[in-house]
Design a protein around this ligand. Structure first.
Ligand SMILES: [Zn+2]
Length: 304
């Protein structure tokens, strides 16, 4: 039997975060598809450069705004979970809370956000999601480049070339939406659900941890411990972080820090490096896309 490595608090936090993923993913996916659709329409209408001026920044901003509200709700839920963690006297009590209702909902009774949540959410999305979006846009741009350098020649119903009266050569047109769709598929971009899923999953786990972090701070918990999940046990970086205890307000890793781990021993030893975003301190998990790590509150000062 394998040794159980995931702390019940972290497991519960992840289960809660998973509850948010479907609606979060749907929201993100809707925006990504709207952006693809807009570009596809411009191509169909014959625009040579279907990426409108300034679209990179605008689309990134759109995606960021869309993600912000779900993430704030998830962070809020994390603060509730944080309170729950601190109230528990036994593991059984924590586990019994798995019946806790799921899904996105606006809080009504309690104060919506602890101070600093919004700033933390902004900081996280700026440091991470923008990069995601810019990568998508670069890939889309590649498709448009292909589409615009390979215009489709126009034929009439009998199959004869249609001559452009202005130029005297065979007319060309932009791609139809269905043809763009074929290209998106050809370049492996049709599956935007994957990208949306990555954002939703990672942000949900991050958001729950952010909420817990804020609740621990507010309630005077002196320290926190990184707890790596079974999902992440194969990741050398998360394995390295497992069990690290620091003071509650400290960062596990500073912005731009480089985490180095050694894999193997002797002559086969290899050094692997993970570089943290310049704009983001790792105050709590997540560490990388798809990271499922959590943290647990340390209330006994002797453990620090
Ligand atoms: Zn991890």
């Amino acid at each position: 039997m394998s040794k159980k490595r995931t702390h019940p608090i972290v497991e519960l936090t992840n289960q809660r975060a998973d509850g948010f993923v479907p609606s979060y993913r749907r929201t993100v996916r809707t925006v990504l598809l709207r952006q693809y659709q807009k570009a596809a329409n411009l191509i169909r209408d014959g625009y040579a450069d279907p990426i409108p001026w300034g679209a990179n920044q605008r689309w990134a901003a759109q995606l960021q705004t869309t993600q912000q509200m779900p993430l704030m709700r998830i962070a809020y839920d994390g603060t509730q979970m944080g309170a729950l963690h601190l109230k528990q006297t036994s593991i059984e009590e924590v586990l019994s809370e798995q019946k806790y209702s799921r899904g996105l909902r606006w809080p009504t009774k309690d104060k919506f956000l602890l101070p600093g949540t919004r700033a933390a959410v902004d900081e996280y999305l700026l440091a991470t999601s923008n990069m995601e979006t810019l990568t998508s846009i670069k890939r889309i741009k590649r498709i448009f480049d292909t589409a615009s350098t390979e215009p489709v020649k126009v034929f009439d119903r009998e199959g004869n070339p249609v001559i452009d009266s202005a130029t005297g050569v065979q007319a060309v047109r932009g791609l139809k939406t269905s043809e763009i769709a074929d290209l998106l598929e050809h370049y492996g971009l049709a599956d935007t659900a994957w990208r949306a899923n990555l954002i939703a999953r990672t942000c949900s786990v991050w958001g729950m941890n952010e909420g817990a972090q804020q609740r621990y701070e507010a309630m005077g918990v002196p320290a926190k411990k990184w707890s790596t999940t079974m999902d992440d046990i194969a990741c050398p970086f998360c394995r390295e972080m497992d069990g690290v205890i620091i003071r509650i307000k400290d960062d596990f890793l500073a912005p731009g820090a480089e985490l180095q781990v050694q894999e193997g021993k002797g002559e086969d030893a290899k050094i692997r490096k993970l570089r943290i975003h310049e704009g983001l301190a790792v105050r709590h998990p997540t560490l990388h896309p798809h990271c499922r790590c959590g943290m647990i509150p340390i209330v006994d000062k002797r453990q620090i």
